[in-house]
Ligand binder design. Structure first.
Ligand SMILES: NC(=O)C1=CN([C@@H]2O[C@H](COP(=O)(O)OP(=O)(O)OC[C@H]3O[C@@H](n4cnc5c(N)ncnc54)[C@H](O)[C@@H]3O)[C@@H](O)[C@H]2O)[C@@H](O)CC1
Ligand SMILES: [K+]
Length: 450
C-alpha cells in the first residue's frame, strides 16, 4: 500500500479542512494521542512510560496518550518542557489528571515517548534540551517519537539539532517527507501511520509493493517486452543490467556489443549491430559501463522508443533540456545528478521535481533515500532499503529492472517505482553479504512474493 506524504503546510491545510467539515481539533488530537497509546500497547511490553511534552500540539498528543496509557494499566510519568500554548494542547493537558514534572527532573525510564515538537518545529532545540532528550532517548529500552523526533525538519529531513535513535515513530494522517529523507529517516525506526480521519490525498507518497502487468496467456517474447541494451567500454556492467532485465520478466533481452561478453546466459542475445528502429523494442538501456562514448547515447536518442539513461550516459547528456520530447527515465546518484543538473537549492524532493521538469523525464534520484519524480509533479519516496545495497553493480541491476518493467508495459513513473521497490526487497531476500550478482538472482524471488 502506498502511503501519502504531506509537507507541514499541506498537513495543516488538511487539518483545517477536517475542522471545517465538522471534526473539532480536539477530536483530531484525541485520535492522534489514542493511536499513539495503542501503538505502544501493540509494540511494547508493560514497562514504565515517560512522556515528554512540548508547548504545541505535539505535546497535546502526548497528554492524550498519557491518559490512554494510564487507563491501559501502564505506569505513566509526564514531564513538560513548557506549558501548553495552543487551545487544543491546553485542553489535552486539562484532561490528564496525573502529575506533570518539569522536564529538567525527568529521569531515565524504560519507555520514552518524545512529544516535544513535531511539524511545528521552526529552529533547532536549545543545547540543554537536546542533550537531555538524547540522554533519555538513548538510554530507554524503547524510544518512540510522536510524529517526528524533536529536532527534525519535517519538510526536508534535515536535523535542526542533534537527535537520538528511536525504535518507533508514530505519525498521523500522512507521512512527512522527513520520514523518508536522509539524514532524519535513519534515526526514526519503524514508521507507523495512524489514521485520524484526515483526508490526506497527495501527489507525494511512499512506494508500496507494485502491481505488475498480468501475463497474457497468448503472449510471446516480444509482447512480454524486448529490452535492448547498448554496451560500451566496460561490458561487465551492461551484462549485469541485462541479466537483471531478463530476471525482471522481460520477454527478450538483447545486447549490442562490439566485443563478445563472457558469461551472459545464452537466452540473452548478443548482436554486433544496433537496429534501434525496431518497433518491437519496448525499452532501450544505455549507460552502465558505457565509458566516454557519447555517440552511443546519441544513437539511443535517435530511436523513438522509451529509454533508460543510467551511469556514464547521464554525464554525456549535456543539457537536461536535450531530453525533452523523448520518453526517458534517468537514474542518477548524487554525483551524477549534480553533474547533469548543477548545484541547485532546496530539499532533495524539490530538486528531484525540478530536474524532472527541466528534462521532461522521470528521475530516479538514487541514494539511501531514493526518490522517483515525474515531470507532472508526482513524487515517490522509496521505503528504507538495506544498507548493503551500497555495493558495486547494484545501480546497474536497478537500471536493468526499470528497463524490463518499462518494456513490459508499465508507464515510466510506475516502472521506476516498481523497480525501486523490488530492488529493495530483492536485497532483503539476498541478505547482508550479497554482491550485485546475488541481487539479480533474488529478483525472481522478490517478484514471486507479490
Ligand atoms: N496537523 C494535524 O492535522 C494534526 C497535528 N497534530 C500534532 O500537532 C503537531 C504540530 O503541532 P504544532 O503546530 O503546535 O507544532 P509543535 O507541537 O511541533 O510545536 C509548536 C510549538 O513549538 C514552538 N517551537 C518551535 N520550534 C521550537 C524550538 N526549537 N524551541 C522551542 N520552541 C519551539 C512553537 O513556537 C510552538 O509553540 C504535529 O506534529 C502532531 O503531533 C495532531 O494533534 C493531530 C492533527
Ligand atoms: K516529537
Amino acid at each position: 500500500m502506498a502511503r501519502p506524504i504531506l509537507t507541514a503546510e499541506q498537513m495543516r491545510a488538511a487539518e483545517r479542512q477536517a475542522i471545517a467539515s465538522g471534526t473539532p481539533e480536539t477530536t483530531l488530537m484525541e485520535r492522534a494521542g489514542q493511536a499513539l497509546a495503542e501503538t505502544v500497547r501493540l509494540h511494547v511490553g508493560p514497562r514504565d512510560v515517560l512522556l515528554l511534552c512540548g508547548p504545541g500540539n505535539n505535546g497535546g498528543d502526548g497528554y492524550v496518550a498519557a491518559r490512554h496509557l494510564a487507563a491501559m494499566g501502564y505506569t505513566v510519568k509526564v514531564a513538560a518542557w513548557a506549558d501548553p500554548t495552543s487551545d487544543a494542547a491546553r485542553w489535552a493537558r486539562s484532561q490528564w489528571n496525573g502529575p506533570v514534572e518539569p522536564f529538567a527532573s525527568a529521569t531515565e525510564t524504560p519507555i520514552v515517548i518524545d512529544c516535544l515538537f513535531g511539524t511545528g518545529l521552526s529552529r533547532g532545540l536549545e543545547q540543554s534540551l537536546f542533550q537531555r532528550l538524547m540522554l533519555l532517548v538513548d538510554n530507554a529500552l524503547v524510544a518512540i517519537a510522536c510524529d517526528l523526533p524533536s529536532g527534525v525538519s519535517s519538510d526536508d529531513g534535515a536535523l535542526l539539532s542533534p537527535i537520538g535513535r528511536y525504535d518507533l515513530t508514530v505519525t498521523f494522517g500522512a507521512l512527512k517527507p522527513a520520514h523518508r529523507l536522509m539524514p532524519a529517516m535513519a534515526s526514526m525506526g519503524r514508521v507507523v501511520l495512524a489514521d485520524i480521519g484526515i483526508d490526506a490525498g497527495s501527489a507525494w507518497f511512499e512506494i508500496g509493493a507494485p502491481d505488475l502487468p498480468p501475463l497474457e496467456p497468448a503472449g510471446h517474447k516480444y509482447s512480454r517486452g524486448l529490452v535492448h541494451c547498448l554496451a560500451g567500454q566496460m561490458p561487465g556492467a551492461i551484462a549485469l543490467a541485462a541479466n537483471a532485465a531478463a530476471r525482471s520478466g522481460a520477454g527478450y533481452v538483447r545486447v549490442s556489443t562490439s566485443l563478445p561478453i563472457d558469461g551472459l546466459p545464452s537466452s540473452i542475445v548478443q548482436t554486433g549491430g544496433a537496429d534501434l528502429q525496431d518497433e518491437r523494442i519496448g525499452c532501450i538501456l544505455v549507460g552502465p559501463g558505457l565509458g566516454d562514448v557519447p555517440q552511443v547515447l546519441t544513437l539511443a536518442l535517435t530511436a523513438p522508443r522509451p529509454i533508460v539513461i543510467d551511469a556514464d550516459a547521464i554525464g554525456l547528456v549535456g543539457e537536461p533540456e536535450r531530453l525533452q520530447g523523448h520518453d526517458t527515465i534517468l537514474t542518477p546518484h548524487e554525483g551524477e545528478f549534480r553533474k547533469l543538473f548543477g548545484e541547485s537549492e532546496g530539499s532533495k524532493a524539490e530538486r528531484a521535481l525540478e530536474a524532472a521538469r527541466r528534462s521532461q523525464s522521470v528521475i530516479v534520484y538514487k541514494g539511501p533515500d531514493t526518490l522517483v519524480a515525474s515531470p507532472v509533479g508526482s513524487l515517490a519516496f522509496a521505503p528504507p532499503a538495506p544498507a548493503w545495497l551500497a555495493t558495486a553493480g547494484t545501480g546497474d541491476v536497478l537500471s536493468g529492472m526499470i528497463a524490463a518493467l518499462r518494456a513490459r508495459g508499465l508507464g515510466p513513473f510506475d516502472a521506476a517505482c516498481a523497480a525501486v521497490w523490488l530492488h529493495g526487497r530483492a536485497a532483503e531476500v539476498a541478505g547482508s553479504a550479497m554482491i550485485a550478482d546475488d541481487l539479480v538472482e533474488a529478483i525472481p524471488l522478490a517478484i514471486a512474493e507479490l
